[in-house]
Design a protein around this ligand. Sequence first.
Ligand code: 5MM
Length: 337
Amino acid sequence: MKFSNLSEIATYIVSDGKGILAADESNPTCKKRFDTISVESNEQNRRDYRELLFSSNGMVGNIGGVILFDETIRQKTDAGQSLVDLILEAGALPGIKVDKGLAPFNGSDIETLTQGLDDLDERCKEYAELGAKFTKWRAVINIGNGIPTQECIDANMEALAKYAKIAQKNGMVPIVEPEVLINGNHSIQDCYDATLRSIKSLFDYLNSYDVDISGTILKPNMVTAGSDSEVKSSVEEVANMTIKCLNDSVPDELPGVAFLSGGQTEIESTEHLDKMNKIGGFSWKLSFSYGRALQQSALNAWLGKPENKKDAQEAFAHRAKMNKLASLGNWSADLEK
Ligand code: 5MM
């Protein structure tokens, strides 16, 4: 695959209903996921699991990009092929998570600022040489009593803009991920307000750092009530409020919005995405960049056993296909049977 500019790369990743597989779990997060299936999180098991996903036939035509962790971009299959080449062979582009995780913001117990800018330019150079075509940086915004503060939002969004500029300078598309966490008992309106403030601030900073928006992908949360809220939102409500929030904050020249799943179930993530695409009324592709919502069934089918590989690959292929259909607004519940 040959691309002559960043906009072509970004456009390819979300073309024809394709979305992104977020397989960039840091080792501590991977351990959390593997603990749920009683599998040891060591380098070999992490490689086996990711090789299983990337060699599933569910990749082809459904997945336009895979976000990798530093360890994974350097790994090879049992047969000696690099995982980067395996991903390319499936018609997807390899990408890399470049943030270095969270640190307390201004001494807060809850608010955080994402780290990793110091040596980012050198790391990006190496990742580009290793074949990465895009990068990802995740900022985390919490909703609670008196938070998010505007100071925390702005500090995180400015860091995202600085990161995006460096990624583009090194020839890679930045995925900018301002995740408003689902944790808490807040209302859907609280989530709407925090998400709108975050994305507005983000695009203000992207513009002031002169980031090429046509060569950028936004990875936001959907607008939902908190996971502990007693009031459950309907699918229509989530879809309508998310579209309104994006229409009020995202410029038309952005090629794609690829949602995170953020703790929603596999089916919820698919159904919400499908509903938004059925409603329409926006200029960007609305697609997915799911971690848990693409992997949960596959992980449960695998259980760390080689004899379960085929079932796990089929489980992943099914979710990848369902989410492609949702990105085109062509999903329906009976396809899940
Ligand atoms: C796959 O998990 C990603 C990395 O998380 P850590 O740095 O905490 O290990 C994460 O950024 C992920 O890409 C997004 O949150 C989307 O994943 P979900 O599971 O929310 O769809």
